[in-house]
Design a protein around this ligand. Structure first.
Ligand SMILES: C[S@@+](CC[C@H](N)C(=O)[O-])C[C@H]1O[C@@H](n2cnc3c(N)ncnc32)[C@H](O)[C@@H]1O
Length: 186
């Protein structure tokens, strides 16, 4: 059953823990999609478990725009990025619950990662519309939702909302304990 409850900030420390790598391999997950020089959008990054891997992959010529509604997630993400000497490649922004405030990004994003965030949103229709507007034509977004929080029927509803915004499933990657789809902007 899906909820709109936002992940508490303190859980961000567990989600960004290196121990999580024992169960999830962000490098292997992102390798097929992210290359040097890309502009990547990550809504709901938490404290940056995937953000740092994205930043490593886009390299010094690329950029990661990480957008979260919780100031503590953003400040911890920035601290981690600074420690990893990658802060200059990461544009960490504070969003509003109903808007990621992506003005100026229209049609410039090569790839978006929405990992374990969509079930927390109050309005997924406007979320997918913002993603579609930010992506370049033909670019993709990887959507993954935790199977423990989101059942298969609800995930299909999320895919329908994405399609209404012009984001269509191009493949269904296998991600452990998750429902996942690679969505392509047509
Ligand atoms: C379960 S955490 C997942 C964090 C990260 N993606 C990961 O897998 O480690 C969900 C994150 O989405 C953020 N979030 C919730 N609603 C949001 C919204 N409307 N816009 C942007 N971020 C949001 C939360 O603050 C939290 O950091």
């Amino acid at each position: 059953m899906a909820t709109h409850r936002v992940c508490p900030w303190w859980l961000g420390y567990f989600l960004a823990s290196p121990l999580r790598r024992l169960f999830e391999n962000p490098g292997a997950m992102l390798a097929p999609y992210v290359r040097e020089g890309m502009t990547v959008l990550e809504p709901g990054p938490g404290m940056g478990f995937f953000t740092l891997e994205l930043a490593r992959r886009v390299g010094p010529s690329g950029r990661v725009i990480a957008v979260d509604i919780q100031p503590r997630m953003i400040s911890s993400l920035k601290r981690r990025a600074a420690r990893a000497r990658m802060l200059e490649r990461i544009d960490a922004r504070l969003a509003e619950p109903d808007s990621m405030k992506l003005d100026g990004l229209g049609g410039t994003v090569d790839f978006a990662l929405a990992y374990a965030v969509v079930h927390e949103l109050p309005d997924i229709g406007s979320f997918f519309a913002e993603i579609a507007q930010a992506l370049k034509p033909g670019a993709c977004a990887l959507l993954a939702e935790p199977a423990g929080h989101v059942n298969a029927a609800h995930f299909e509803e999320e895919l329908k909302a994405a399609a209404r915004a012009g984001l269509y499933p191009a493949s269904r990657p296998t991600i452990r304990r998750s429902h996942a789809a690679l969505l392509k902007r047509v």
